[in-house]
Design a protein around this ligand. Structure first.
Ligand code: AP5
Length: 254
């Protein structure tokens, strides 16, 4: 097990577990002002990968709603609420989880939006109703978004990325069998446990997820363009190349 790497990676416990849980490895505080981002883009475009790089380099905490649901999967039957069971079933099929469930989850984690390191929201908001709710929440909390990054990639490249994706069931780190392989075959660089293929990366679930993106999430591009927050980033090339383009675009943010 790579203990040094494990120590360095923020554990995001407050976000992943909710309630009164605090992070035992908090993200590092950035030297300047905290950056508060929303990451948009189709499933598999590389949002989670960029969020991890942003967290490494800028400190901003990776707040993924998908990771919260995947963490909740490891709860026992008796610990799961009916709403959570319903959410996990939607997720398995590739459908969106109902807005009320997602909004309850985010509202319960409001303190993460105040993180002194900033944040990158990955997978939320995903519908117009969620975007409007986030706008209200941020206003109520006296917070502003720095930018909304919209990652773009042709569909065939996205499908190839999803087909090779492997994730760590413990720390949620994301790998790819050829583009971003772990240092040791099939084991997480941070936790040493066996990497898994996500249930919703099956072709039938991927089709449903792409359709949900087109119908419910794509309209957010206009929503944020109208608010002058949208920055479009080409997501082709290596993760580092995409990250470099991201930094060029957000480098001048206040
Ligand atoms: P979520 O976990 O948010 O999944 P998603 O949006 O479908 O996005 P993905 O995680 O699939 O992809 P990604 O863009 O993060 O790509 P990644 O970096 O992994 O949501 C899952 C489900 O939860 C939803 O379907 C829904 O059911 C539910 N849900 C969550 N939030 C919700 C909400 N707000 N409302 C309703 N329902 C909600 O990269 C993909 C692969 O490509 C990886 O293997 C990676 O290593 C590789 N890769 C990345 N970048 C590169 C590169 N530059 N070159 C080569 N390979 C690369």
């Amino acid at each position: 097990m790579n203990v040094a790497a494990l120590k360095e990676k923020p554990d995001r416990a407050a976000w992943l577990k909710g309630g009164q849980v605090v992070c035992s490895v908090p993200p590092r505080k950035p030297p300047g002002n905290p950056v508060r981002l929303v990451l948009l883009g189709a499933p598999g475009v590389g949002k989670g990968t960029q969020a991890e790089l942003l967290s490494d380099r800028l400190g901003c905490c990776h707040l993924s709603t998908g990771d919260v649901f995947r963490t909740a999967k490891s709860l026992s039957e008796s610990e799961r609420t009916p709403a959570l069971n319903e959410a996990l079933e939607h997720m398995r099929r590739g459908e969106l989880v109902p807005d009320r469930t997602v909004l309850a989850l985010v509202t319960e984690r409001l303190r993460c939006l105040h993180c002194r390191s900033g944040f990158s929201l990955d997978g939320f908001p995903r519908t117009l109703a969620q975007a409007e709710a986030l706008e209200r929440l941020l206003k109520q909390e006296g917070l502003c978004l720095s930018a909304v990054l919209n990652y773009q990639l042709p569909l065939e490249e996205i499908i190839a990325r999803l087909a090779g994706r492997r994730t760590c069931p413990i720390c949620k780190a994301v790998y790819h069998t050829t583009a971003l392989p772990p240092r040791r075959d099939d084991a997480c660089d941070h936790c040493g446990v066996k990497l898994l293929r996500r249930e919703d990366d099956r072709p039938e679930s991927v089709r449903v997820r792409m359709a949900a993106y087109e119908e419910s999430t794509r309209p957010l591009i206009d929503f944020y363009r109208q608010r002058d927050l949208l920055i479009t980033v080409a997501a082709g090339g290596t993760p580092e190349e995409t990250f470099h383009r991201t930094m060029e675009q957000i480098g001048g943010l206040p």
